[in-house]
Design a protein around this ligand. Structure first.
Ligand code: ADP
Length: 593
């Protein structure tokens, strides 16, 4: 696999093929894209290189006038922004916390257990501790040969902080810490794929370009982070050896065995493509692996979108001026011995640092460039910017307007990923932007005017809507969330009040002689009270989305008794949508009169 970014790497080097001067004669006509980098924090260095390669204008101290793009280091709420684009979605940090992610995936596992078997079985502590004990006992009773290990991870923790392994539920440190710090306990994957006898995980970069419509891109290359002690299956003796079991870079860097790589296929941090090459030479089905990884990413994002939409409408209500959002996510994936990708976690702020600390003499540290990080991360940031380029969008809109009649499906544009993933079927879309066009194609599209012409092909590949057809049936909770949002009422809220819930029931015609409005109120109170007692978010009172989803499932089970859960929910969603559409039509007709 050709390393991306090579052609234009190097700090401040001019993109070849440009005419002299800040802007060539033609370039001067096109204003440069402006980027506020004042809040970029540790991603600043990689961002600066990307901006130089793109010849965009950086505002390192912010700008009085609005910028086209705001690059934030941490969260959406880093600043008040009313226009342009910002590289964070509201609510993303909350959504990918260990407990919230586990809950969102669990909802999907309830609906589609087979499709969501890429996430280890998890329990939320402290509230599900009794359930954890009971389920483990039951599974052990039914299979006495099952000798599981579990991993306990504090909620909101990162870099391996506070993580420990246990063999039995009774080993959980319930005193103090769990009460004050909720956690997720998860089945430990005991048989990971090893390379050089070492456990490793994969950090893949995923761009959520848009929530509505859903657009997802995956970077062709990622990083593999290695443990620094040879792996052994967990035993009571080795359970505490973090350098053997935890792949976190931040932990392993402190091991005497850590090897900084200056090439991309050796050392304790390597490119994922180098691992794929190794696997491919061993005869592994790398195409299938990529296809499974793409499915995992799409399904995970489908699990996150319903709640993200609630946050979005609350922070940027329709009609209020606000930026549009995009976000680079870090997916941590572990491969099992059988080459099945398993999701460990999603990171809303994946480290974009391209240097590491080196101890020159005892206690004296220096930041030195890390070629592996630079190789992967600069390409991800630069190509994210290329994809969200506001001027490209303007040009595209103009082009679409003038060329609408030429807008035909052109399957030639479907260049496959580096893996040439064929297991997934692309959806032919009339106006999809061609991806991975080779240099010749790109030069044709952009002309020699643009610095784009000198850049390598995009390292980010569109996977959604490209493969939307295979996954659209999973977007069931999205439909439930759309109903929830419709009845939220007051702009800016994330919780549904009792009146909103009653209106939902009434407008969707869900109440009848066997389900009175009094029972509706009891359902609302019961579920809302339980969710609010879990201590997730006390800022607002009312019913949160997950509580509404639970109530919706309950209603669906009641109404469509004999079907499997996902069919019950789909039937109820359809029933509600039908009645609401009829209501809207009636209101429209009344309004016209
Ligand atoms: P953190 O955010 O603290 O890094 P992670 O969920 O990524 O937490 O877990 C830290 C490390 O523990 C992972 O990088 C991986 O090496 C290991 N790990 C986490 N969950 C599992 C699991 N279910 N099975 C095996 N190893 C795991």
């Amino acid at each position: 696999q050709a390393p991306v970014g090579r052609a234009v790497r190097g700090r401040g080097r001019r993109a070849p093929g440009r005419r002299g001067g800040e802007e060539g004669a033609r370039g001067a006509r096109r204003p440069r894209v402006t980027v506020d980098s004042s809040k970029a924090k540790t991603s600043l260095e990689a961002l600066k290189i990307s901006l130089r390669q793109l010849r965009w204008r950086e505002f390192p101290f912010g700008r009085r006038l609005p910028c086209d793009i705001y690059w934030h280091g941490v969260s959406f709420h880093d600043n008040d922004i009313f226009s342009g684009q910002v590289n964070k979605f509201p609510g993303m940090t909350e959504m990918v916390r260990k407990i919230t992610l586990s809950r969102a995936v669990r909802t999907m596992q309830d609906l589609f257990p087979l499709e969501y078997n890429f996430y280890p079985r998890s329990w939320i502590l402290p509230e599900e501790f009794p359930l954890f004990v009971a389920e483990v006992r039951m599974m052990k009773d039914s299979d006495p040969s099952w000798k599981p290990t579990f991993i306990v991870k504090p909620d909101g923790g990162c870099q391996g902080d506070g993580i420990y392994l246990i063999k039995d539920p009774s080993d959980i440190r319930l005193t103090g810490s769990v009460q004050s710090r909720p956690a997720v306990v998860q089945e430990y994957i005991c048989k990971p794929l090893l390379v050089d006898k070492l456990k490793f995980d994969i950090r893949l970069y995923v761009l959520l370009k848009s929530l509505e419509p859903l657009e997802i891109y995956i970077a062709k290359d990622g990083l593999s982070r290695f443990c620094t002690e040879p792996y052994q299956e967990p035993t009571l003796k080795n359970l505490h050896q973090v350098f053997m079991h935890l792949t976190n870079y931040s932990l392993n860097i402190h091991s005497g065995n850590f090897i900084h790589s200056d090439s991309v296929n050796t050392g304790s941090k390597r490119t994922f493509s180098s691992i794929l090459c190794r696997l491919s030479s061993r005869g592994a089905d790398v195409k299938k692996l990529w296809s499974d990884i793409i499915s995992l990413v799409i399904k995970t994002i489908i699990a996150l979108t319903p709640e993200l939409k609630v946050y979005y409408q609350s922070d940027i209500p329709a009609g209020k001026p606000g930026p549009t959002c995009f976000q680079i996510l870090g997916f941590d994936i572990l491969l099992t011995k059988n080459l099945k990708p398993m999701l460990l976690e999603v990171n809303a702020n994946p480290s974009m640092r391209i240097e590491h600390e080196q101890e020159l003499s005892p206690g004296v540290f220096e930041n030195v460039p890390s070629p592996v990080d630079e190789e992967v991360k600069v390409a991800v940031i630069r190509d994210t910017l290329r994809l969200v380029d506001p001027q490209k969008k303007k040009r595209k809109d103009t082009q679409q307007h003038t060329d609408s009649c030429k807008n035909k499906v052109n399957l030639r544009h479907y260049y496959s990923m580096s893996c040439r993933c064929q297991t997934l079927e692309p959806v032919p879309e009339a106006n999809e932007e061609p991806l991975d066009a080779g240099p010749a194609d790109r030069a044709e599209q952009e002309g020699s005017r643009s610095p784009e012409a000198a850049l390598p092909s995009l390292c980010l590949k569109q996977v959604f809507p490209k493969y939307a057809k295979q996954f659209s049936y999973l977007r069931l909770v999205d439909r439930v969330a759309a109903l929830f949002i419709r009845f939220l009422g007051v702009k800016g809220t994330t919780k549904l009040g009792p009146t909103g819930f009653r209106t939902f029931i009434r407008n969707c015609k869900l109440s009848n002689s066997s389900f009175s409005m009094a029972s509706v109120d009891i359902l609302y109170i019961d579920i809302t009270r339980r969710w609010n007692s879990m201590g997730i978010d006390h800022k607002e009172s009312g019913m949160c989305l997950q509580a509404f989803v639970e109530a919706f499932f309950c209603l669906a089970q009641k109404k469509y008794k004999s079907l499997p859960l996902h069919e019950q929910v789909a039937s109820l969603a359809q029933f509600c949508e039908f009645h609401l559409a009829a209501l809207d039509e009636k209101r429209l007709l009344c309004g016209r009169r």
